[in-house]
Design a binder for this molecule. Structure first.
Ligand code: SF4
Length: 223
């Protein structure tokens, strides 16, 4: 008898949406990507642009999610996001199954929960919340050690100059070679101001704009 007949049925995950679009952020920006948005978040950032991610729209088992992801083949890039995806323990099983099915898996997390259980094959894109978000103290310091240079990414969303100075200080603690992404809050900080600060300071970070908002507008959903 095969092993899976002995394992308990996989627990359904609470989802807010699942769709295919272009990856709008990170060094993977511009590529077609399937987004699995898990429902619920433990933080409440002032400028949160995914409040719809707080609500449960459906429950699906990992097997059912993979079936849904397959409908967009040949796309092989999948981002698990939220809300905060690590709030649901079943997400680890989902990531393992996606890796086993040969998907490239990105995990976007808010940085407040441990990354220890995240499978090695997953690319971790980890936020550090800045003061303007109102969630400045949420970052779990141990997560800095769980981020791997040349593979994972540390992301800062900046609402103003104070956030920039906070992020500039913070990256001094990041491991050498870790990709750091600086992104302006849409409508609060002019990209040109952030670009000027980065160039002025010769800061070794990547400015990123939320590509999907530039293409489809700030309020578009499911893109
Ligand atoms: S962590 Fe993300 S989903 Fe949660 S409140 Fe902040 S921006 Fe919104």
């Amino acid at each position: 008898m095969s092993d899976h007949l002995h394992s308990p049925p996989a627990k359904p995950l609470a989802l807010s949406e699942l769709f295919c679009s272009l990856q709008g952020e990170s060094t993977w920006a511009g590529l077609p990507c399937v987004f699995v948005r898990l429902a619920g978040c433990n933080l409440r950032c002032r400028w949160c642009d995914t409040r719809h991610g707080y609500d449960i729209v459906m429950h699906r088992t990992p097997e059912q999610i993979i079936e849904l992801v397959r409908q967009w083949e040949p796309v092989r890039l999948v981002e698990i996001t939220g809300g905060e995806p690590l709030l649901q323990s079943g997400v680890i099983d989902l990531m393992n199954r996606l890796l086993a099915a040969d998907y490239t898996v990105l995990l976007e997390t808010n940085g407040s929960l441990p990354l220890d259980a995240v499978p090695d094959g997953v690319v971790r894109i980890c936020d550090v919340k800045c003061p303007g978000s109102g969630e400045e103290d949420s970052f779990l310091d141990a997560n800095l050690e769980a981020l791997r240079p040349s593979r994972d990414q540390l992301k800062f969303v900046l609402a103003n100059r104070d956030d920039y100075l906070f992020a500039r200080r913070f990256i001094q603690r990041a491991p050498d070679g870790l990709e750091c992404l600086f992104s302006p809050v849409h409508g609060l900080l002019e990209p040109s101001a952030l670009a000027d600060w980065i160039v002025e300071d010769r800061l070794p970070v990547r400015l990123q704009l939320q590509l999907h908002k530039l293409i489809w507008g700030a309020d578009a959903r499911g893109v």
